[in-house]
Design a binder for this molecule. Structure first.
Ligand code: AP5
Length: 213
């Protein structure tokens, strides 16, 4: 199964992608996670991406398309994958379509998570993530049992460098200008399903599972 999750920053793509990827036994391919790993490693891609990510803009199409083209050829993607946060521009979507067509593949479901802007700011500024396993938390909506410690692996919870209010507003604006047009792009292809991302997390999960069958 090949899945694509889209939606504005904070809509819950990562939260749901982790659970869905586990349920269906496919890897979660988050371009955001891959770029953060590149920044941490200080690689050439990381050096190019760091300032753009910290400002809330989008990393170049060329870089993210290259990352996904290579990652989807790895053996764990043979049975499918879940794209989380890619594509984010029409150029990325067209490149993905071309790449999959050349390989004789296609996306089975595009899930769009919708949520309102003020809720997104509140979610992102209250978010923390485990430095060890990547599990996400929220100071109101998903508290860890022990402050700043991951329930799953005992790792330390940290805040992302781009999770401050100013950067979040820039990310929302980048989403409106460059990513929202993809809703029509996939609607025209006939495989877009919208899910209300304002529902409680378990209800969002159930709604996605009902779509995927
Ligand atoms: P990326 O890491 O993809 O960030 P994003 O799209 O801004 O999305 P987030 O991770 O912030 O939000 P999410 O939707 O995953 O929400 P989450 O589940 O964590 O990208 C970061 C940067 O990398 C970009 O700005 C860009 O610079 C670059 N980049 C990445 N991909 C790129 C691409 N393809 N092209 C160019 N540049 C790219 O949830 C958020 C919080 O809300 C959590 O605390 C969670 O617990 C809580 N929450 C989730 N669901 C609910 C719910 N239903 N109710 C209440 N709380 C909830």
């Amino acid at each position: 199964m090949k899945l694509l999750f889209m939606g504005p920053p904070g809509a819950g793509k990562g939260t749901q992608a982790r659970r869905i990827a586990e349920k269906y036994g496919i890897p979660q391919l988050s371009t955001g996670d891959m770029l953060r790993a590149a920044v941490k490693a200080g690689s050439e891609i990381g050096l190019k991406a760091k300032a753009v990510m910290e400002s809330g803009g989008l990393v170049s199409d060329e870089i993210v398309i290259g990352i996904i083209a290579a990652r989807t050829l790895e053996p764990d993607c043979a049975g499918g994958f879940l794209l989380d946060g890619f594509p984010r521009t029409v150029a990325q979507a067209e490149a993905l379509d071309r790449m999959l067509k050349e390989r004789g593949h296609a996306i089975d479901h595009v899930v769009d998570l919708a949520a309102d802007n003020e809720a997104l700011v509140q979610r992102i500024t209250g978010r923390s993530t485990c430095a060890g396993c990547g599990e996400g938390y929220h100071r109101e909506f998903k508290k860890p049992r022990q402050a700043d410690v991951c329930d799953q692996c005992g790792g330390q919870l940290v805040q992302r460098a781009d999770d401050n209010e100013e950067t979040v507003r820039n990310r929302l604006s980048a989403y409106q200008q460059q990513t929202a047009p993809l809703i029509d792009y996939y609607r025209r292809q006939g495989n877009l399903k919208s899910v209300d991302g304002m529902l409680p997390m378990d209800q969002v999960f159930s709604a996605i599972c009902a779509i995927l069958g």
